[in-house]
Design a protein around this ligand. Structure first.
Ligand SMILES: *Cc1c(COP(=O)(O)O)cnc(C)c1O
Length: 470
């Protein structure tokens, strides 16, 4: 048994190291696309079993052509971390230990280390230290958890127990959200019975920041329970809402303030960019990811709620077989939707221990500097239009000087060429009536030379598109 395990994991290590070693050199795209992979992998359920080693070798051999180098240095398509080696190793131990981390008494180590990770996160993000954190899969679920806590509290305040009695017949809850909020916020609202359409969408400025005066105007017209959803780090522009004003206006109207800061909250770990989040500590719940800027392997997100009681009420489940709780105990499952889950606090602990406060700040600052470098390089090329004010790690540009239609065609052609060439990966998005190429710098593997190679690739693609006359 031991020898078999050693052999099997040894093979996994060899393959993993070889894969990682090639990431910096290989192209920025998979060899095979989704449709080819679907064909290549199609096979019936095995009637009889196979040796684990043969399964591992076959798995690696067959899936490899379809792997996107997301953990590599030149993937700028989403805000993405590079699954840092320290996090990968810790995550492998989580798997090997096989703890069901939902309860604290059967898994004392996993529960206790999660409490340490919780305190460290509140410290480095400088959020109210009494807050509780649910360790979830990502910011989408974290948004749902934070907004569930909000729903619990704003309805309790008017005498309605939504967790017991549901939303039917409940007092109406008004939900106000900036017009450029991330899609995951709407997904969370949909899951919670608030609907993604019935919200009050608040006007934003050219960078996607909620306009405080527009928020105030809408709040004036509303009575009853209210939830305001603000944003730290718009997915295209990187812009931050003006939290001091928004929190003051929202709280004056008795609203709960929830902030989606999936990547942007990490600005708080730096001296140079923390000011962007000024006033955010006055909000009631916050969301951020571990698998983005902190480089924790997938999947890792945090639902942070100042009102611990509301957080637990919204998430706790009860069963006679579950161990009883002593006062002061922190039950890991009481802050997340799941009961059984992996010990998600462990790789978070490992990454914070590996990077330290200084290392996280340096990482974020380096990525912001790389984003500025990208912007300067691209902006200097005739016909490339820098669309956003680069305040953090996001850059959006488009191409050409014709009308919006022709800019869109040029931009799509450039993106297609860049993706085809495969030196780096970038994607496109709609932004305020324009089609843009978007660059998110957030991989711990990215170095200055990767920025320059990628900027060259984009500029060359644009020149080729112009030469081809489209
Ligand atoms: C990435 C992102 C999300 C969603 O996060 P997941 O971890 O993918 O669920 C939500 N909001 C913003 C601003 C994001 O950048």
């Amino acid at each position: 048994m031991t020898d078999n395990l050693r052999h099997l994991l040894g093979r996994a290590v060899d393959h993993a190291v070889a894969y990682r070693a090639a990431l910096g050199e290989n192209s920025g795209k998979p060899e095979a696309d989704y449709y080819q992979m679907r064909e290549a992998l199609k096979s019936p359920l095995p009637e009889v079993g196979n040796a684990p080693e043969a399964v591992l070798e076959e798995l690696i051999g067959r899936i490899s052509p379809g792997l996107m180098p997301m953990a590599g240095p030149r993937f700028f398509g989403f805000v993405i971390g590079a699954s840092h080696p320290a996090g990968v190793a810790a995550d492998w131990m989580v798997t090997a230990w096989g703890q069901n981390a939902g309860y604290h008494t059967p898994t004392p180590g996993a529960a206790a280390i999660e409490e340490v990770a919780e305190a460290w996160l509140l410290d480095i993000l400088d959020l109210p230290r009494e807050s509780s954190i649910g360790f979830v899969t990502g910011a989408t679920v974290a948004n749902a958890v934070g907004l569930a806590a909000a729903r619990t509290r704003v309805l309790l305040d008017v005498g309605w127990d939504v967790d017991a009695d549901g939303l039917f017949g409940a007092p109406e809850v008004a939900v106000l959200v900036g017009d450029d909020a991330h899609s995951s916020v709407f997904s969370a609202l949909q899951m919670l019975g608030f609907g993604y359409r019935r919200v009050h969408r608040i006007a934003t400025d050219d960078q996607g920041r909620m306009r405080p005066e527009a928020l105030a105007t809408v709040l004036e017209t509303l009575s009853g329970p209210k939830i305001v959803i603000a944003q730290a780090g718009q997915i295209n522009t990187g812009a931050y809402d003006r939290f001091t004003e928004i929190v003051a206006i929202a709280h004056a109207h008795g609203a709960w303030v929830h902030v989606d800061g999936a990547f942007g909250l990490w600005a708080r770990a730096t001296a140079s960019h923390k000011h962007l989040t000024e006033g955010i500590e006055g909000a009631d719940s916050w969301v951020t990811d571990g698998h983005k800027w902190l480089q924790v392997p997938y999947d890792s997100g945090f639902a942070i709620v100042r009102d611990r009681e509301a957080h637990q009420r919204a998430m706790t489940q009860w069963g006679s077989y579950l161990p009883s709780i002593n006062p002061g105990d922190r039950v890991p499952s009481a802050f997340v939707p799941e009961l059984s889950r992996r010990a998600r606090g462990i790789p978070v602990w490992a990454m914070l221990k590996t990077l330290g406060r200084d290392g996280v700040a340096a990482l974020v600052e380096r990525h912001c500097a790389y984003a500025r470098r990208f912007a300067e390089r691209l902006d200097a090329e005739p016909g490339i239009n820098l669309i956003n004010i680069v305040t953090i790690n996001q850059v959006i540009v488009n191409f050409g000087d014709g009308d919006a239609e022709s800019r869109k065609a040029s931009t799509e052609a450039v993106i297609a060429r860049v993706q085809q060439e495969g030196i780096c990966f970038v994607g496109g998005a709609a932004w305020h009536g324009e089609w843009v190429l978007r660059i998110s710098v957030s991989s711990g593997e990215t170095a200055e030379q990767d920025v320059d190679r990628s900027a060259d690739a984009i500029i060359n693609a644009w020149r080729a598109v112009q030469a081809a006359g489209n």
